[in-house]
Design a protein around this ligand. Structure first.
Ligand code: NOJ
Length: 478
């Protein structure tokens, strides 16, 4: 079967979701080129330490909350863990060469706090510092820009034992860690992100117990939220103070919230959903405080966990906001979701067949990215937006040495078209990073969801560039 036939066959299998045309032609039809995004637009891929590095107890690294959590097999749907994952710790050089060959310019990765400070604070681990020096220097030698995130969910377990994100001391612990990281790498690294999706790790890890550290309830959630908001601003200040010429941002997960219909109760439910997911971490940073008008339960943070002066401490004028987006949601009023009284209307109920969803069960909603970019673009305090994550998991198979991931390719093209539309309408969006460079450990879902532009065979560690990766390679070439 030649390439064209393979694409058409997979398209046919995918049903109406995919218009069966050769990929190059499809792209010509929507007419986008790299040049349309402008010469300074940043094209990158995103990854995270726990999801790709492996080497979980090598060279002095201490366990993170994700090591502890995933070692309890029942916590991960597939019973797997990130002990080895993509083995990036040992394969970083060839992986970065592959990234370079795909014509991307930015490598977003995260620093593992327990590699740099195994005790959480105190004595630095030189071998951990050396590892990131090797990664950074390799990037620079290849002409790739290293864009580290300081916190992508792998808190040192020793700090969780002292209360983790629920303990206000986390602000001091994080400051010490950020100071070490920026002093160690800030001579060569100018682009930094403070937190990755505080909404996700607080909600899933401290409210619902589905992610590490597996804690539940409002008594854990509210302090974890507040301390994350403080940390994100304090981290920004430290990066700016320590790194000459820093470009500092922080990232937020987003989902445009559409009410189920125009009934007032659903409209109000969608507003609450939006405030929780899209505003709660952003607005305090912009000096607007928590959205307590829409979410009265957040007043408890102000009453119980905030100290005088916190409103000021929560503020920081980030150089850019990292907007992460996968899907939009349709929201309805719900009596079974205490506190929020809102829930998603499942795709099935709206007549969307299961085969049009991603492996994560998420809907493909390219316009949702446009809408949320417009929403964020309307905040006067946001100077610049970078889409620091966007992508999709589909069941990929290696066939005759290739991976014909037509659904993912279509996904990227449609979402990118919406980024361009927003940009043309004046939203200051200046970069786009794919999630993810390669398949990796998808948290509580294990290795089943494959998000990569590059397929990873976890038995052999063989990398195979998928059609989507080849498409980017071609799109991004000069
Ligand atoms: C959000 C997270 O930042 C990343 O770690 C995760 O793998 C992707 N989105 C996909 O769920």
């Amino acid at each position: 079967m030649n390439r064209r036939q393979a694409i058409q066959t997979s398209a046919a299998l995918a049903g109406s979701f995919f218009v069966p045309k050769p990929l190059a032609q499809l792209f010509l039809e929507n007419g986008m080129t790299k040049a349309d995004f402008g010469p300074n637009f940043k094209w990158g891929v995103a990854t995270a330490s726990y999801q790709i590095e492996g080497a979980w107890q090598e060279d002095g690294k201490s366990p993170s909350i994700w090591d502890s959590f995933s070692h309890k097999r029942k916590n991960i749907k597939t019973g797997e863990n990130g002990d080895v994952t993509c083995d990036f710790y040992h394969r970083y050089a060839s992986d970065l060469e592959l990234l370079k060959a795909l014509n991307f310019k930015v490598f977003r990765f995260s620093l593992a706090w327990p590699r740099l400070l195994p005790d959480g604070t105190g004595k630095p681990n030189q071998k951990g510092i050396d590892f990131y020096n090797r990664v950074i220097d390799k990037c620079l030698s290849l002409g790739l820009e290293p864009w580290p995130t300081l916190y992508h969910w792998d808190l040192p377990q020793v700090l969780e034992d002292k209360g983790g994100w629920t303990n206000r001391d986390v602000v001091g612990w994080f400051s010490e860690y950020t100071d070490l990281a920026t002093r160690s790498f800030g001579d060569r690294v100018k682009n930094w992100m403070v937190l990755n999706e505080p909404f996700s790790y607080t909600t899933l890890g401290y409210m619902l117990g589905w992610h590490a550290p597996g804690r539940k309830g409002m008594k854990n959630y509210l302090p974890a939220v507040h301390h994350s908001v403080l940390v994100q601003a304090e981290g920004g200040r430290i990066v700016r103070a320590n790194v000459q010429g820093a470009n500092v941002g922080t990232t937020f997960i987003t989902a445009f919230a559409e009410p189920k219909n125009t009934e007032e109760k659903h409209v109000r439910a969608a507003k609450r959903f939006d405030a929780l997911m899209n505003r709660m971490f952003l607005e305090p940073t912009l000096g607007m405080g928590y959205p307590t008008d829409t979410l009265p339960f957040l007043k408890k943070i102000e009453r119980k966990y905030a100290l005088p002066g916190d409103r000021e401490r929560m503020k920081f004028d980030f150089d850019f906001i990292g907007l992460q987006n996968y899907y939009a949601v349709t929201v309805k009023k719900s009596l079974t979701t205490p506190v929020l009284w809102a829930n998603e209307e499942p795709a099935k109920k709206r007549g969307i067949p299961a085969d049009q969803l991603t492996t994560m069960g998420w809907e493909v909603t390219p316009e949702g990215l446009y809408k949320i970019l417009k929403q964020y673009g309307a905040y006067p305090g946001i100077k610049k937006i970078i889409v620091t994550e966007n992508g999709a998991a589909f069941p990929d198979v290696v066939e005759n040495g290739g991976v014909h991931d037509s659904k993912r390719l279509r996904f990227y093209q449609d979402y990118l078209a919406n980024v361009l539309k927003a940009k043309r309408e004046g939203v200051p969006v200046d970069g786009y990073f794919c999630w993810s460079f390669m398949d990796n450990f998808e948290w509580a879902e294990g290795y089943k969801p494959r998000f990569g532009l590059v397929h990873v065979d976890y038995n052999t560690q063989v990398r195979t560039v998928k059609d989507s990766g080849k498409w980017f390679q071609d799109f991004l070439k000069k």
